[in-house]
Design a protein around this ligand. Sequence first.
Ligand code: NAI
Length: 337
Amino acid sequence: SSASALAKWAAQAARGFAAAAPSGKGRKVAVLGAAGGIGQPLSMLMKMNSQVSSLSLYDIAGTPGVAADISHVNTKAQVKGYDKDGLAEALRGCDLVIIPAGVPRKPGMTRDDLFKINAGIVRDLITAVGQHCPGAILNIISNPVNSTVPIAAEQLKKMGVYDKRKVMGVTTLDVVRAKTFYAEKNGLDVSAVDVPVVGGHAGVTILPLFSQATPKATMSAEVLDALTKRTQDGGTEVVQAKAGKGSATLSMAYAAALFADSCLRGLNGAPVVECTYVESTITDAPYFASKVKLSTEGVDKIHDLGPLSDYEKAGLKAMMPELLASIEKGVQFVKSG
Ligand code: NAI
């Protein structure tokens, strides 16, 4: 019956993203921007993660309702909602802080158009992180990620508490999209598909490496180009479909929950490899997304790009001016602020 199918699904879901997670102490996780379009489903997915024992839901508005609602889910994580005055308490003792706070795009906007508002939001939230849980791993979702990650790093440097292993920009949605589109196009089982996505998280700075995708599929140059562009424009596809009501929230919450789960597994001693945007020396860009081994201290090892096709080499070269400019813009925002 559909009821037992649902029960089966719920049982699977409740075992959560951490079915094979190592036993360790439960982790304290905060979601900043928890009442938003991403924040709400992401908070629910974190409530379902068995590695989480304490879940802080912080937003400038709406958290009492979201926290009361999510707290009724019968999993072990203890949920607490915090408003403006509660940020310090929300953060104290956190192992992982996930940040989807800020405004999303409307049709016609680029991620960089969000800079004016979101740069200040991220800097101020990071200041509180630096004060109240400086050792925590940070998952930064707020756009433009290409700039907000350097903003976070510079702000923590200013405070003397920067650890480059802890600051990560969440690019998992680009990987999720690339996997979905690649599997669909080639008639593959999506659960068996892997596609690394490198670079940054905006337009041409998003570079899926289909030459390294597994299982291997032969694609014409036209198909390859179309898949690459669809991955780069996946966010815009959703922004247009939502027609003024925001950007990706549900697929983003899913992607962020996957990435957070991997960070927690790493913390708990079961290293995982994920693509993420971090301080990096593998290209000319001081921040770059590539495959990263996540371990007990966060970033453990940043993998090289591996062999690139000529098409990917051209894509890498083409993204650099925009990526470098976005990084510099973030750095200057904190230095001159
Ligand atoms: P939303 O507007 O639905 O929610 C944002 C939430 O942030 C709101 O609840 C708001 O009250 C809260 N907020 C604003 N200022 C705050 C502050 N100072 N402290 C705490 N909370 C604050 O927006 P949505 O759709 O959830 O998107 C959030 C961000 O995520 C946007 O910047 C968006 O561009 C970005 N995003 C990133 C993606 C990625 O792949 N990294 C994908 C999709 C969106």
